[in-house]
Design a protein around this ligand. Structure first.
Ligand code: GTP
Ligand code: MG
Length: 330
């Protein structure tokens, strides 16, 4: 981070929609350097009043389902409807072997060069609480910059679906058309989390399979207890490649938002999310502080050995370590 650029200047640059400053801002918020912490906090404070006005849409789907192709055409359609679109990603990078940025550059070529769109390259490094926090804060940066549709994409490995769900309003799952038994493999979590299901690649020879998949997903959804009282998950067909079904999906998203605000559900969900994020911030911070504590580090090897040799129970060992930490802090 260039020391000469103050958080005030970055905030101003973000507010004016300057891409260089948007990127600078997100990089600052992603930074794990202790030296950047104060500036990052200052920046957040400055932009916070300008956040909250976007639709936050989470999109998940296995690698190859067509997320990039879909987001390109969905994003361009949204822009035609007058929206400004930002695309962020939570991505356990190991799942992709680093090919994703190149892939997205070639697959989202029109969206990437559209003045009404901003695509943030996938954060590098392993997925951690830090990346998730940075993505949430990147949403704020994009909102302060005037983007009013924020898409957060993930490949749904590990906890990343849950994370995306915890920072977005509406959760969309892209699915592949397949035979019935493939559907068994659909994670229960996705079936419970999804607000909108999209069977992609509903084209050519896969059309019939796609129709069957749609029916089965819809049946599966009915078996779940509904996630929300005011919204029943719906399934639509799409060919992202042939640009079929995009408009209908966009309309359904808008319907989701209308229904949500009529029910005061959007603000309620965001309030709840904010509290959960605060809690998880505290939890993360405490755990880090604990393991970084010098006194803890001095004792942990011996106590670990004691636990492994059954000389002390794991609970008693935990209690002992906590008391070492707390005494040290006192
Ligand atoms: N037939 C057909 N092919 C599609 C469709 N959408 C995407 N594809 C193709 O599927 C492949 C993967 O598409 P991507 O958009 O890169 O998929 P992705 O989900 O972003 O993949 P990762 O970034 O690896 O997670 C590409 O070869 C696309 O051209 C579709 O609707 N129909
Ligand atoms: Mg992709």
């Amino acid at each position: 981070m260039n020391k000469r650029v103050s958080p005030e200047q970055i905030a101003e640059g973000i507010r004016s929609g300057n891409r260089r400053f948007i990127a600078k801002g997100i990089t600052l918020l992603e930074s794990l350097l202790p030296a950047d912490k104060d500036n990052a906090e200052k920046l957040l404070e400055l932009i916070l009043p300008y956040t909250g006005n976007a639709l936050r849409l989470g999109i998940t789907g296995v690698p190859g389902v067509g997320k990039s192709t879909f987001i390109e055409n969905f994003g361009l359609h949204a822009i035609e409807q007058g929206r400004k679109v930002a695309v962020l990603a939570i991505d356990p990078s190991s799942a992709r072997g680093g090919g994703s940025i190149l892939g997205d550059k070639t697959r989202m070529v029109h969206l990437a060069t559209d003045p009404a769109a901003y695509i943030r390259p996938t954060p590098s490094g392993s997925m951690s609480g830090g990346v998730a926090f940075a993505t949430r804060e990147a949403i704020f940066v994009c909102e302060a910059a005037g983007f009013d549709l924020i898409i957060v994409e993930t490949v749904g490995v590990g906890q990343s679906d849950v994370l995306v769900d915890s920072m977005t309003d509406c959760f969309m799952a892209l699915m592949l058309p397949g035979a019935g038994d493939e559907l068994q493999g659909i994670k229960r979590g996705i079936m419970e989390m999804g607000d909108i299901f999209v069977v992609n690649k509903a084209d050519g020879e896969r059309m019939q399979q796609a129709r069957i998949a749609k029916m089965q997903i819809q049946q599966g959804v009915h078996l779940m207890s509904p996630k929300r009282t005011w919204w029943a998950a719906q399934t639509l067909l799409c060919s992202a490649l042939e640009k079929q079904g995009i408009e209908e999906i966009y309309t359904l998203c808008m319907e989701f938002y209308c229904t949500a605000s009529e029910n005061n559900a959007l603000q309620a969900k965001r309030r709840e999310q904010a509290l959960l994020w605060m809690e998880s911030y505290i939890r993360n911070h405490l755990i880090t502080a604990f393991f970084e504590n010098e006194n803890v580090q001095q004792h942990i090897t011996a106590i670990t050995a004691d636990v492994q040799a059954h000389r002390i129970s794991p609970m008693a060992a935990g209690r002992k370590m906590l008391s070492i930490y707390l005494t040290d802090r006192a």
